[in-house]
Design a protein. Structure first.
Length: 228
């Protein structure tokens, strides 16, 4: 499982950083923004941080992940969902269901990044943001008394001292070797239907969610053009 997780992260980093810059809509057809006073339930943050070793291996860092989640939660607390709207955390409730929905969101988000914003377009979508998490999300509507949910997925990695030394060595030889990177997705979901109403993706090589102020900046990138 650990090996699969590391291979998976390497793949999404590759997809995110090499993705084409095609001009595609971040909004589902017919959706223009949240109504005034909307309540948006924030799903448990799907966040994991890694250290990049000298050899390029990604090692999970639980302490970093804990700090990052706390910082991102605080950043969300300070931000409104829109016109007098609010973000509220989803009650703990059924932890297994929440984990399954987050896992599903991660898979769908990667598909959107690849097939909507990337170069492998799906003809059946006709260029539209037409994706769903299914009717299972209706349970979140009951638990949180909200019409919408915000899903956030983030994988972040940081070069160790050994990795920096490797980068310097290869740079002297004229070869570029990567360090850390941030890849993230954010989705606004209609809890009645499961339809993804808004989606944003982020891939960058700077930022540090282990500190509050940089975490606020990362959240700003993830929620850029959020449909307020």
């Amino acid at each position: 499982m650990a090996r699969f997780r590391l291979i998976f992260l390497a793949l999404i980093l590759s997809l995110g950083l090499s993705r084409g810059l095609a001009a595609q809509s971040h909004l589902a057809e017919g959706f223009t923004g949240l109504p005034a006073g909307a309540t948006v339930a924030v799903m448990p943050l799907d966040v994991e941080l890694f250290a990049v070793t000298a050899g390029g291996v990604l090692e999970p860092r639980a302490e970093w992940t804990t700090k990052a989640i706390a910082n991102l939660k605080e950043a969300l607390r300070l931000r409104k969902a829109g016109q007098s709207g609010t973000f509220v955390p989803v009650p703990p409730g059924d932890g297994e269901l929440l984990a399954e929905l987050n896992h599903l969101h991660g898979a769908v988000a990667r598909a959107i990044d690849l097939h909507h914003f990337g170069s492998w377009k799906l003809p059946s979508k006709a260029g539209k943001l037409d994706w769903s998490l299914g009717e299972e999300v209706a349970e979140i509507r009951k638990q949180a008394s909200a019409e919408y949910a915000l899903f956030i997925f983030l994988r972040d990695s940081y070069a160790t001292g050994g990795r920096v030394a490797t980068m310097v060595l290869y740079a002297a030889l004229g070869v570029g070797v990567g360090g850390g990177a941030q890849v993230g997705y954010a989705s606004l979901v209609d809890l009645k239907t499961g339809r993804i109403l808004w989606f944003n993706e982020m891939a960058k090589v700077t930022g540090d969610v282990r500190e509050l102020e940089p975490a606020k900046a990362t959240l700003g990138h993830l929620l850029k053009e959020f449909p307020e």
